[in-house]
Design a protein around this ligand. Sequence first.
Ligand code: HEM
Length: 388
Amino acid sequence: MVPFPALEQPLNPFPRYEAMRHNEPVFQDQETGVWHVFRYDDVQRVLSEHATFSSRIGGDNPSETGQLFAASLINTDPPRHRQLRSLVSQAFTPRSVEALGPRISELTDELLDPVVGAGAADLIDQLAYPLPVIVIAELMGIPAADRDRFKQWSDVIVSQTRPGADETGHMAAHREMAEYFMVMIEQRRRRPGNDLISALLAAEIDGQKLSVIELLGFCALLLVAGNETTTNLIGNAVLCFTEAPGTAERLIAEPALLPQAIEEVLRYRSPVQSMYRISAVDTTLRGVPIPAGSPIVAWIGSANRDGEQFPHPEVFDVGRSPNRHLAFGQGVHFCLGAPLARLEARIALQAALSRLPGLAVDPEAQLERMESTIVYGVKQLPVSWQAA
Ligand code: HEM
């Protein structure tokens, strides 16, 4: 496993990023050997120049905990990446995502119905977590009722970068998840349905199908990627709207602004703060020599606050245009789930704003950041509104 940064991750990492952008935009942590990149242009290069900055962080011998994802597209380089991506894109088309709209609205209403009269709730527990996980489970054709187990596995997996994280717990989570998906894959192989796992089993490119390991890796990736990130996009949006007074009112009056507001949340509080690569060849970044084989962390959360790209980066501006944030990555690995995440966030936030009037984060709340250096969001988000 690549040694990840043992950097402390506070709820407000942004002043630290700013200092790094100015003082040491390309920085090597002497203790771990890991390089850290903070400026927009450099982060963009690291994410997109795949021949120089490889995604195969586990190399040919990934650790036990890295194995599940090693064969999935997020950890492969072209040309294999192109083949895998075309295979899964056959099953995960923009049209299939668009068709989910009515079901997402129905689920959102079902989740909000029991709480609208209460005037207060934990938004993460009641809406932001269950919605994406039910949607991805239904899409994959796995029982949404198992969602507590999914949450437990994905929480353990995204906390992997936390200093002092428990390696045995990670291995157990990976193993349990692999066993769970093996059973689901075998069921679909015997009796195909109208779901993503069946579509992935059937997908073929150049006469080749996904291997079982690749299928497993993709299922695990979807579950984790599709879970924590969209949950945090919804939670972070409510946090941003509360901090910028008048935003909720403006979005209710002008619902057409909501997609733009969501892009600004993605920039301002990026649900994925960092992504990793390993240099495939000797190279330089901003004139600093980086030898081949160096682990590199590209700080997306910092790039998205870079004043050279975004005027007044510290201002949350729902009308910001252009807004070329890197929250979904850049280049061949650009987030496959971006249309789904945007659709879910739009439907969930639209419903929350209209059904929970005066929605705001509880001013007394002690917000705590999730334990991860990659994923950014709060563990709980106590909110209140004027109940009818
Ligand atoms: C707000 C929500 C989300 C954010 C911020 C996000 C962010 C990202 C980022 C930054 C990458 C690029 C990784 C890299 O360059 O190494 C990525 C890739 C990916 N994301 Fe997302 N994601 C989100 C939601 C989703 C959802 C809902 C799904 C699936 C249901 C998903 C599936 C994937 C997959 C499969 C990849 C790998 C693509 C590839 O390597 O070709 N993501 N995501």
